[in-house]
Ligand binder design. Structure first.
Ligand code: GTP
Ligand code: MG
Length: 231
């Protein structure tokens, strides 16, 4: 019985996510779903990203947390529209939470919508939000074995960001081993390394993002609608 309920929740989420994906395709908004364990540096990455893309793209941000508006406050200073979603206990965002904010997405003629998910490496990975890509972050203080322990999100993500590289000299984190572990789960994934503290690696990330935005704007709408959510 429990399995049936869970299946129907997932099915309802997936149906709604497909509607959201069609809406984003129609409006040509590249949508990213950023997922990592708490404190890996999602908001810091976004702060630096918004700063660098300030004069180049229209970006909207939806940020999910169990409690507080802290992250929305941090991100609002860059002049882009930001909305905090407080889940009040739920450990992930679901498609209906994004749907509620469609008027916000529609109003800004956005090129890019970034969704910062609730800090958690497991629950958010199962919920499709209608995004084009999932982005997973792994920081240099978490251990190289996390891709092996939490393979689901590494399998589903289009790009893995290894963050906090400025801390490498102070940890025993083995970057090569971390990359091999990620590739053992998902061989075709893009891997980028960066530090929001020093700015190292940001040029590559910004280029990656700009290319994806360009692709989104030049792809026929039908091709975008048929984008399949990796299982
Ligand atoms: N040294 C260093 N610290 C960083 C870096 N990125 C983030 N931090 C710090 O790590 C802590 C957590 O960063 P956040 O950006 O809030 O992490 P988050 O993933 O958004 O956290 P949640 O939203 O709570 O899941 C903060 O104290 C940041 O200043 C980095 O590149 N280098
Ligand atoms: Mg955050």
């Amino acid at each position: 019985m429990k399995i049936d309920v869970k299946q129907s929740v997932m099915e309802a989420n997936n149906e709604l996510a497909a509607e959201l994906r069609a809406r984003f395709a129609e409006r040509r908004v590249l949508t990213l779903n950023m997922i990592s364990s708490p404190g890996s540096g999602k908001t810091a990455l976004l702060e630096n990203t918004l700063l660098r893309l300030r004069d180049q793209l229209n970006i909207g941000i939806l940020v999910g947390d169990v409690q507080t508006e802290n992250d929305a406050r941090r991100l609002a200073v860059y002049g882009f529209p930001v909305k905090q979603i407080i889940t009040s206990g739920t450990c992930h965002l679901e498609a209906h939470m994004i749907q509620k904010h469609l008027p916000f997405v529609d109003q800004g003629d956005l090129d890019l919508l970034i969704i910062e998910n609730v800090g958690n490496l497991i629950c958010p990975s199962s919920y499709d939000l209608g995004e084009d890509f999932k982005v997973v972050l792994l920081s240099t203080t978490e251990g190289e074995d996390k891709p092996l322990k939490y393979p689901g999100i590494f399998r589903r993500a289009k790009v893995a960001m290894i963050t906090k590289t400025d801390l490498l000299p102070h940890t025993d984190f083995d970057l090569g081993l971390a990359e091999r572990n990620i590739r053992s789960i998902h061989n075709e994934i893009d891997i980028l390394t960066l530090s929001s503290r020093s700015g190292e690696g940001f040029d590559r990330w910004i280029n990656w993002l700009q290319q994806r935005v360009q692709e989104k704007q030049s792809l026929p709408e039908a091709a975008q609608r048929s984008h399949a959510e990796p299982k």
